[in-house]
Design a protein around this ligand. Structure first.
Ligand code: AHR
Length: 521
């Protein structure tokens, strides 16, 4: 944010053009860049919850659904296309009741999943299957270890089993189970929501646990002993109330005073777009609910500012990343679904919501260096829905696909006056925009028109660039609640968009309720 303020270079006006369409002027200077947008803000989350893992990823090797060693081929192909940087697993609340030994070897322990519908957990998807899945999609492991009902020793053994290269009993067991090479565990979550489903701990109690887990849960993979070391993420806040600001204070104060014997590299934050008292419907809604949900989702920025300010106090050099490892829309369960399975529809509203949140993370790229949308498949704000052999890609999926060029790109601050979209007593910015330069020097803009009724004429002044061409895609649909279904999978899909370029100027029209990503050369 500091960079944005420093680098605002022009006074911009939102006006009404002669033709009556709203006009918004943007300006940026390509030579003035901010932080790197860490690709890990595009992370995913796969919990043993409903059909997130079973049916969504894992169908078993004997399934008639095309699979590779039990993992769905259609899902793998779809996820490869969005370059998933890391997947958080096995939970969520599930993680603090997960015992990894049930999920290895030829004879799996059959357990229950009391958090999510009380269903049978066959444990057929365990460590090896998860790592195989990551290998197939080309992603890194973010493993959340059991702090609530497990022990430091259980977690330490899991990591030794997974990452050990020397012939210890645990490493030999992994080899006997079919994987000679040590696995890479890029991220380690030390518990999940330990203030609630992860054990209802006080901040001080959690801090004492965190130190023990940080010290003893070691990664032995020889390739991860240097700069590619395992990144340890402590449980952080789940809101802005004092119980959570106190939590952030306690963890960050401990970090400031930490000794050589333990460390953390990230602080988790969970923030859903939800009304817990009266959950929004995920389908069949109108403009009022559209505006209400988008207003609520923009609170992400306030929450990041609040917790970043505390982190700045104890860690002014921003060594500890804020990792928003659960975010997204949480709506009422679809009628007829198991309420414990968190099944909801995914509409154009969710695509816009996703873009707004990704933009917020990008603007905070100096501190927010990881995020995991909840959840990847069939649960909450999913990328993918499956039903037996059928699969459909959601509007949110397409936002992640369109935003791939922003992974590890360098943030370029944009100045603009967003104008205002008003519906009833709700006022929102009419436009949102981010920009970044990729490794080849190409400039990318992501432009969201929140207004569901009015197109916007964008005029961008790209100082330092002599534009040759611009190409991009836009995502919109007939209604704010338009969805993709198994029978009609192409209602909300990106379409090419044309833009005019001349000198350092770029001009294009944003359709109402749309997200556009455009590259300029
Ligand atoms: O994503 C669903 C649940 O939400 C997770 O298990 C938990 O961490 C959070 O409360």
């Amino acid at each position: 944010m500091r960079h944005v303020l420093v680098l605002i270079v022009m006074i911009i006006v939102a006006t009404v053009s002669v033709a009556g369409a709203q006009k918004v002027e943007l300006s940026l200077d390509v030579s003035k860049t901010g932080a790197k947008i860490d690709r890990n803000i595009f992370g995913q989350f796969a919990e043993h919850l409903g059909h997130g893992v079973y049916d969504g990823i894992w169908v078993g090797p004997d399934s008639t659904i095309p699979n590779t060693r039990g993992i769905r081929n259609d899902v793998v192909a779809a996820l490869k296309a969005i370059h998933v940087p890391n997947v958080r697993w096995p939970g969520g609340c599930f993680a603090d009741e997960y015992h990894w030994r049930n999920g290895i070897g030829s004879s799996r322990g059959v357990t229950l999943n009391p958090n999510w519908g009380g269903v049978i957990e066959p444990n057929s998807f365990g460590t090896h299957e998860f790592m195989d899945f990551l290998d197939q999609i080309g992603s890194d492991a973010y493993i959340s270890v059991n702090v609530g009902s497990g022990s430091p020793r259980e977690a330490a053994d899991w990591l030794e089993y997974s990452t050990g290269a020397q012939p210890t009993t645990l490493a030999k067991e992994r080899i006997a189970n079919g994987h000679p090479a040590p696995y890479k565990v890029a991220y380690l979550g030390i518990g999940n929501e330990s203030w609630d489903c992860g054990g209802n701990m006080t901040p001080d109690y959690y801090v004492s646990q965190m130190k023990i887990y940080s010290r003893f849960v070691r990664n032995f993979n020889p390739a991860q002993q240097g700069k590619d070391h395992m990144f340890k993420i402590a449980v952080g806040p789940g809101g802005g109330e004092p119980r959570w600001t106190d939590w952030t204070e306690a963890v960050m104060k401990a970090y400031q005073e930490h000794t050589w014997s333990w460390d953390i590299n990230g602080l988790s934050m969970h923030n859903y777009t939800v009304d817990w008292q009266n959950k929004f419907a995920s389908e069949g809604f109108g403009e009022t609910e559209y505006a209400q949900v988008l207003k609520a989702t923009l609170e992400m920025d306030t929450l990041i500012n609040k917790h970043s300010a505390i982190m700045d106090k104890y860690d002014p050099q921003e060594k500890v990343a804020l990792v928003v490892d659960e975010w997204g829309a949480w709506y009422a369960p679809l009628p007829g679904s198991n309420p414990g399975f968190l099944v909801q529809q995914n509409s154009l509203r969710d695509a816009i919501l996703a873009a707004l949140n990704l933009n917020i993370f990008a603007r905070h790229a100096d501190r927010v260096r990881g995020a995991n949308i909840a959840q990847m498949i069939n649960v909450l704000q999913a990328m993918i829905e499956t039903d037996k052999e059928k699969m459909v890609l959601t509007p949110t999926y397409y936002i992640f696909k369109m935003y791939v060029p922003f992974q590890d790109a360098t943030f370029v601050p944009i100045a603009f006056d967003a104008g205002t979209y008003t519906h009833g007593d709700i006022s929102l910015p009419r436009v949102d925009a981010i920009s970044a330069k990729d490794a080849t020097g190409k400039l990318w803009l992501a432009l969201t028109n929140l207004d569901p009724n009015q197109p916007i004429e964008i005029e961008a002044n790209l100082a330092g660039l002599t534009t040759k061409s611009a190409a991009g895609e836009t995502l919109t649909a007939p209604r704010v609640d338009s969805v993709n279904t198994f029978d009609a999978p192409n209602t909300v899909v990106p379409k090419p968009i044309a833009a005019k370029v001349q000198g350092s100027k770029l001009a294009l029209t944003l359709e109402p309720k749309s997200v556009t990503v455009i590259s300029v050369e």
